[in-house]
Design a protein around this ligand. Structure first.
Ligand code: EPU
Length: 315
């Protein structure tokens, strides 16, 4: 059902199917879904529903097959990009590949890795997304966020955001901060050099990672660092456990890379989580290494799903 919110003309839907709003293509219904176009609408929805959840492309978020009782705010229509000299200011819902192309068109370097990341800028900042020795926090100056608790828009500097590997203050506090926009200081470079780097990244992704024709949420576990500082690949560890191709129902570890779990056909969140649990326990048993899941989740989960989540998120 399509209706318009009387308060500020924000587009919203009841019983909204989110299957096309998460890259895993999980079927999950939101009781209420809002499509915000600007910060006024974003703040206004949060004023009505402090428990609302934001969703960009849903490329790192597991949605529950039982659905989402909290209102969902979809940010992808809030996507303005402005640029002055080497500074770009980008709204949360802008698509990461579009941001990479915009930077390239303006001969600005720093966003080449975003070309293949199926995410919004907001999701990339929250996750501190990275690839090929670049991360989103490298060039970040500050962000504007809506402080849900205090009901005000504030600016947070890069230092205040506590960025670390696939982590940030925003990811840790999604019930407190909703990203509005982020400001970056990029570097002037030749277009050919930028294009070459983007092409290499695209080629790597095509060769090593599944395309979204194989619905997935990107890497599911962080790469662990051992106490002696040695860095290992989670995919390699899962691979050595012989789990490539391991399935629970319609969810399974990709046959070509051990850190991607694919929805082969209408899988449920429970099947997906059971695959993650098997990966986690197998690596723990074989190598005595506790992997840490890097994805987030939204929705109403069963007791069994909660229990798995508690295990794979602790570290
Ligand atoms: N490997 C195996 N078996 C596997 C998978 C990997 O032996 O099944 C080996 C590879 O041969 C390689 C090493 O493990 O020698 C590392 O694998 P890969 O190059 O695929 O990189 P990764 O560590 O799995 C990381 C990020 C990716 C990012 C790429 C490229 C994490 C968890 N993953 O992948 O980020 O795109 O490097 O920079 O940090 C994401 O976070 O969602 C993501 C896709």
């Amino acid at each position: 059902m399509n209706c318009t919110c009387s308060k500020n003309n924000t587009e919203f839907y009841k019983d909204f199917e989110l299957k096309n709003f998460n890259t895993l293509k999980i079927s999950s219904k939101a009781d209420l879904a809002f499509f915000v176009k600007d910060e006024a609408q974003l703040c206004s929805v949060f004023r009505m529903y402090k428990n609302a959840k934001t969703l960009g492309w849903g490329s790192n978020t597991l949605l529950s097959s039982k659905g989402v009782r909290e209102p969902v705010i979809i940010t992808r229509k809030m996507s303005e990009i402005s640029q002055r000299c080497e500074i770009m200011e980008i709204e949360a819902g802008a698509s990461a590949p579009k941001v990479a192309l915009e930077a390239y068109n303006n001969s600005l370097s720093g966003f080449e890795f975003l070309i293949g990341i199926p995410s919004t800028l907001g999701g990339a900042v929250a996750m501190n997304a990275g690839a090929h020795e670049q991360t989103i926090s490298d060039k970040l100056i500050s962000v504007r966020v809506y402080d849900i608790k205090e009901d005000k828009i504030i600016t947070l500097s890069k230092d205040e955001l506590n960025f670390s590997y696939r982590n940030s203050l925003i990811k840790q506090n999604t019930d407190r901060y909703a990203l509005i926009s982020a400001k970056f200081q990029l570097e002037k470079r030749g277009k050919e050099e930028i294009k070459k780097r983007m092409d290499e990244n695209t080629e790597f992704r095509k060769r090593v990672q599944p395309s979204l024709v194989m619905p997935n949420l990107g890497s599911v576990f962080k790469n662990p660092t051992l106490p002696d500082g040695q860095k290992l690949s989670a995919g390699m560890l899962v691979d050595k456990c012989g789990l490539k191709g391991f399935h629970v129902g319609n969810a399974g570890v990709w046959e070509r890379h051990g850190n991607f779990v694919i929805n082969y056909l209408n899988c449920t969140s429970s099947e997906y989580l059971q695959v993650l649990y098997k990966m986690y326990t197998s690596v723990k048993e074989k190598f005595n290494i506790e992997l840490e899941c890097e994805i987030m989740r939204i929705g109403e989960f069963s007791a069994q799903e909660d229990e798995i989540w508690r295990v794979i998120k602790k570290s």
